[in-house]
Write a protein that binds this ligand. Sequence first.
Ligand SMILES: CC(C)(COP(=O)(O)OP(=O)(O)OC[C@H]1O[C@@H](n2cnc3c(N)ncnc32)[C@H](O)[C@@H]1OP(=O)(O)O)[C@@H](O)C(=O)NCCC(=O)NCCS
Length: 206
Amino acid sequence: MKDYVIRQERPEDYGTVENLVRESFWNVYRPGCSEHYVIHMLRDDPAFVKELDLVMEKDGVIIGQNMFMRTVIDSDDGNVIDVLTMGPICIAPALKRRGYGKALLDYSIEKAAGLGYGAVLFEGNIRFYGKSGFTYASEFGIRYHGLPEEADASFFLCRELIPGYLDGITGVYQTPHGYYVSDEDVERFDSGFPTKEKLRLPGQIF
Ligand SMILES: CC(C)(COP(=O)(O)OP(=O)(O)OC[C@H]1O[C@@H](n2cnc3c(N)ncnc32)[C@H](O)[C@@H]1OP(=O)(O)O)[C@@H](O)C(=O)NCCC(=O)NCCS
């Protein structure tokens, strides 16, 4: 039975959502995390898609969030193809692996498709996103900016929202600048949150 609602994020949610993101990403990809600061900055970015700034609520408590940004593929024939990128997406640590992430992802993607966007590309784990129709971007002939051709690009995923949107297109995907933040800015922002221990753990990628 569906025991959650998904709705647009409101300004009064910002602090709660930033703390949720911090709790969910903490020590997962690196000691500590930067994603709570990233979302703090993305919301004011001109490429941010307000209609797709979503939170998931269960029993009146926010347990998940997802957001999207507009970006482009610079195609090899000189055209610029409008696409979306996604994330961060997260679910509260205590509620992971119960299907909430997939439900939020599927809802978000359906909403993005309904708004007329053609494709979504981002960095992620195929074991989660593959269940929601994502595949390797290389299968669409899309390359990740700055990545040498021989490098492993299996982290770079894509899903068309309009079937055939990327037909006949090869090119380079650009990560929006808003996702790049400095360690110093993250540290400064993080100091406004409750103290948490940064740990170096197996499986971290940074
Ligand atoms: C990634 C995340 C959003 C997934 O949400 P979730 O609610 O835990 O995922 P779901 O329960 O809906 O998972 C659906 C399926 O995806 C796969 N999956 C999900 N997380 C996975 C993981 N970490 N490793 C491998 N497979 C995973 C599983 O097959 C899962 O089904 P199963 O539990 O029956 O095996 C959540 O774990 C999270 O917030 N992680 C920390 C932040 C993060 O990494 N965000 C993504 C950045 S790209």
